[in-house]
Design a protein around this ligand. Structure first.
Ligand SMILES: C[S@@+](CC[C@H](N)C(=O)[O-])C[C@H]1O[C@@H](n2cnc3c(N)ncnc32)[C@H](O)[C@@H]1O
Length: 233
């Protein structure tokens, strides 16, 4: 008798498979994506503010999606600054490019690429991660993104996580919510734990009754260049 196939843990999937799942998800989600982002808008604003960007700085919008954060980031670095953004989803990037073209921003540069293969023309002063769970769970993606930042660069990360224990019965719902947006939806206890060893001054603030977080820190001296020692899937 043949054994039933074991259910695969999405968190243990190789990068390529996680990425393929995500690209498919956003093929279907892109058109309606912006309409779902209203409830997290204050978190987006807080996370941009946490970077304390200065005019003239260069900031990277990691997994920028349809480009909803680009205006906030551009306002913060001004005309003399530079905003880079990248995303692997062609449908999400198409919308981000349209946004940039409509606004006529010449200092916002977009790249359609997986995080794992990211290269930028110059190192950035700040990294902005807004609901980019799949990227944070991939050691090779984290390495590639950090390699684009100068040591000491500001980092701000917002995302979803499991509720604390007193609201734990709601966590299956959190998992399902996250699954709609990610190829590897699990690992929601400490979703930041693949990047924090490369950062300094890391601080977390829970938001949304503990179902979300905003984390801030700086790229450590060794952080940008660290080899991919912990490279998992
Ligand atoms: C939840 S959306 C967030 C989009 C945007 N940051 C925002 O806040 O509106 C996650 C985005 O990450 C992108 N993404 C997921 N895995 C990626 C990867 N490995 N490389 C590049 N982009 C990726 C998806 O295509 C999607 O646009």
């Amino acid at each position: 008798m043949s054994e039933a196939p074991a259910r695969q843990d999405p968190a243990a999937l190789p990068d390529a498979e996680v990425r393929a799942r995500s690209v498919l998800r956003y093929r279907n989600r892109a058109a309606g994506y912006d309409a779902t982002c209203g409830p997290t808008w204050p978190i987006r604003e807080r996370t941009v503010a946490a970077l304390q960007l200065q005019p003239g700085q260069r900031v990277l919008d990691v997994g920028c999606g349809t480009g909803l954060s680009l205006a906030l980031l551009r306002d913060a670095v001004g005309e003399t600054g530079l905003v880079f953004g990248f995303d692997q989803s062609p449908e999400m990037q198409e919308r981000a490019r349209a946004r940039v073209a409509t606004a006529g921003w010449s200092n916002v540069l977009l790249f359609e690429t997986p995080a794992q293969g990211l290269r930028l023309p110059e190192p950035v002063d700040a990294l902005f991660f807004h609901y980019t769970h799949d990227i944070l769970r991939s050691a090779s993606a984290v390495s590639a993104v950090l390699a684009c930042a100068r040591p000491g660069a500001a980092v701000a990360i917002a995302g979803i996580k499991y509720f604390p224990w007193w609201l734990a019965p709601l966590n299956p719902w959190v998992y399902l919510k996250n699954r709609g947006y990610n190829g590897a939806p699990g690992e929601l206890r400490t979703p930041w734990d693949r990047i924090v060893s490369r950062l300094q001054d890391w601080q977390i603030t829970p938001v949304q009754f503990g179902m979300g977080y905003i984390g801030v820190g700086r790229v450590a001296e060794h952080g940008a260049a660290a080899p991919d020692a912990d490279a998992g899937p």
